[in-house]
Design a binder for this molecule. Sequence first.
Ligand code: HEM
Length: 402
Amino acid sequence: MLHPLSATYLADPYATHEKLRTEQPVFFDTELNMWLITRRQEIETVFKDSKTFSNALTTAPIFQLCPHAGQILSQLSGGSMVSLDPPDHTRVRKAIASVFPMTLAQAEEYEPIIRTAVDKLTKNLATKSNVDLVPEFTWELPIIVILALLNVPKEDVKQIKKWADGRLAITWGNAPEEDQVKAAYGMVYFWEYCLQLVGKRVKEPGTDLVSKLLNYRQGRDEIVTIHEIASMIFSLLIAGHETTSNLISNGVYRLLQKNAWNQLVNDPEKISKAIEEILRFDSPVVCWQRYTAKEATIGDVTIPKGERVLLLLGSANRDETKFENPNEFDLERENAHEHLSFGKGRHFCIGASLARLEAKIALKALLTTFPKMRLADSFQPTYVPNVAFRMLQSLPVILADE
Ligand code: HEM
């Protein structure tokens, strides 16, 4: 069994993954009531076969961990684009792709917004010598960028973060019953917020993503409904936030822990390549879900129809058949970018370019402003108990020794 919320596993899931790849590449985990797939090649096969492996329950709570939230959420409308299968997914993704910065060149149009946010956050840090980078830097940047894309008031940041945190905790965590219920009902308000935002843009269109999506609908036979546009906002506000925060904090942590910070201070041109190795080594999304729409055979194991399947992306990224010395953090690794941290196939992450750009600008600012940064002496990494998202609870650093 995986025991994905145990302290030992959270501290180092990769040791467990390695054992599973050898001994039980595909198996039924009775604790999670799900099938687990651990090897790179087989996970890739699943990503490519959306007829057999549906996304319908991809963001549904792991019932064994969050039964109370699961019951409430199953009665809510709303939902997210990642939970759609073709043909709806194809139609909705086509609409978002027409307005969202999917390529690096399109993402670069948002560079001024990212730079302004990074400069402000870095300046705040520069007034201090010891800081915890999680609350003081990494969590805020991605949400500022998404709010700018949607032209949502900055005052809403804290409430949106609360909803997004709640959603992750009740989907992939094991919050106490009271917190599950509270967070699940929070989704009612979050959904209402997304619908209201669309309503505002219908009345007063602007140049933001929602207005562009509403405009996209004009004169088309293929309709994207108001409900679907609200779902896209819901998805962006959740998917684009914690993931990118974790990429930056996992990245800073590993660069400092593995004595690679200095390497990048001396050669900042290597940042983009380093980001791929960070994504491979410590994927912000370590596990992801599918659901068997029909019986499936993976290797010599048959998974019946109607079963939930957990893909261990963190394990795929350390698979020795793909990556040489996979447990080494190697900034020179040529094929690091072949990780599966953004998925693969029709649901490949639409925010990959934006996340990479945000991480690049953020890391460059931190490396340039704080070349002597180091981990606080007492620091022992602890991770938020979550099956899917690899999130450091804190990242205390010394910015510069006096
Ligand atoms: C899809 C990871 C950043 C929006 C995905 C998927 C993964 C992923 C693994 C595939 C889901 C599947 O196959 O079912 C990540 C990571 C990120 C990141 C590791 C940061 C390091 C972002 C950002 C945004 C975003 C910045 C938007 C602002 C989405 C959306 C989907 C998605 C909307 C669904 C795409 C679809 O269903 O076609 N992401 N993501 N992500 N991501 Fe990201």
